[in-house]
Design a protein around this ligand. Structure first.
Ligand SMILES: C[C@@]1(CC(=O)O)C2=NC(=C\c3[nH]c(c(CCC(=O)O)c3CC(=O)O)Cc3[nH]c(c(CC(=O)O)c3CCC(=O)O)/C=C3\N/C(=C\2)[C@@H](CCC(=O)O)[C@]3(C)CC(=O)O)/[C@H]1CCC(=O)O
Ligand SMILES: NC(=O)c1ccc[n+]([C@@H]2O[C@H](COP(=O)([O-])OP(=O)(O)OC[C@H]3O[C@@H](n4cnc5c(N)ncnc54)[C@H](O)[C@@H]3O)[C@@H](O)[C@H]2O)c1
Length: 223
């Protein structure tokens, strides 16, 4: 049936990661760009995790010990990536009982959420899943789609995002707003991924004038 891609805000949410090997390190690397607080619990950690702990300050905590059930009290969501399969299964069961979202790395039937292959350009995120059929296809498609996203697109999206309130404030009609946003994107792409606030202001004025002009003609024709 496939998996539905809810896009979830995990900034400031608490992620517990059981296991501190290369697989857990990979998960920490993809998650860290989305701002959660992470705690890794494992008797042995790969050195890369210790480096990241320094880099991320309090956002990544490493605890060198075995997983204990009370670790789940901390967690908004969990990644189980230990080398102990039975433990991973138990963590999955405990999470499901407590309704905590859980990913058991590479064991689909024990996951309540799975990881997609990810493209991230600032706030633009593309997540690709094959519903578990072929992670290799997900990875392949990621490389294809990466080529299709013009560089600087994340920057352009961020700029346009910062004009949204201004457009909503000045323009009441949704149909004109849509036209404005559409034009901003087209011109932003033409200008190589940038659109200034000045240009946005001019565009708003122009579109409002055009609309006013149309209404005027329309009213005259009715007379
Ligand atoms: C996308 C990605 C994200 C990530 O891991 O962050 C991801 N797997 C990736 C790579 C990858 N994983 C595996 C291979 C070896 C080739 C192969 O087996 O096909 C490769 C390819 C490689 O490494 O080149 C092995 C594997 N994976 C799973 C199983 C279990 C099974 O098949 O039952 C087995 C067999 C284990 C065994 O043999 O026992 C299961 C899952 N892997 C998922 C995600 C979820 C489904 C995603 C989807 O819907 O497509 C799911 C269900 C659960 C989860 O882990 O979340 C990441 C690409 C990252 C990137 O490059 O962007
Ligand atoms: N590395 C891969 O590419 C890969 C591919 C497919 C599947 N896997 C599977 O994913 C899992 C993790 O892989 P890895 O390469 O990170 O393994 P790893 O052996 O490097 O790391 C395993 C981690 O689990 C921790 N651990 C063991 N018992 C624990 C416990 N009781 N509580 C907390 N932590 C505990 C270890 O201290 C270690 O940090 C393994 O089950 C592996 O078979 C790995």
């Amino acid at each position: 049936m496939g998996y539905f891609p809810f896009f979830v805000d995990i900034e400031g949410k608490k992620c517990l990661i059981a296991g501190g090997g290369s697989v857990s390190y990979r998960k920490v690397c993809v998650l860290m760009d989305y701002g959660p607080e992470m705690k890794v619990v494992a008797p042995r950690m790969v050195p890369e995790l210790s480096c990241l702990e320094q880099e991320l300050g309090g956002r990544l905590i490493l605890e060198c010990r075995d997983f204990v059930e009370s670790d789940l009290d901390y967690a908004d969501f969990v990644v189980a990536g230990t080398s102990d399969e039975a433990l991973n299964r138990r963590i999955s069961q405990l999470c499901k009982e407590r309704k905590i979202p859980v990913n058991v790395v590479d064991v689909q039937e024990e996951c309540s959420f799975i990881f997609p292959a990810l493209i991230k350009e600032k706030h633009i995120t593309v997540g690709i899943s094959t519903g578990g059929d072929s992670p290799t296809i997900a990875k392949y498609l990621k490389h294809q789609f990466q080529k299709a996203i013009p560089s600087g697109f994340g920057e352009l999206a961020e700029q346009l995002g910062s004009y949204r309130d201004m457009v909503k404030e000045k323009v009441d009609l949704i149909s004109i707003r849509t036209e404005i946003f559409q034009t901003m994107v087209e011109e932003g792409i033409r200008q190589g991924g940038t659109y200034t606030r000045e240009q946005a202001k001019e565009l708003i004025e122009r579109k409002l004038r055009e609309h006013e002009g149309k209404n005027h003609t329309h009213r005259n024709q009715e007379k």
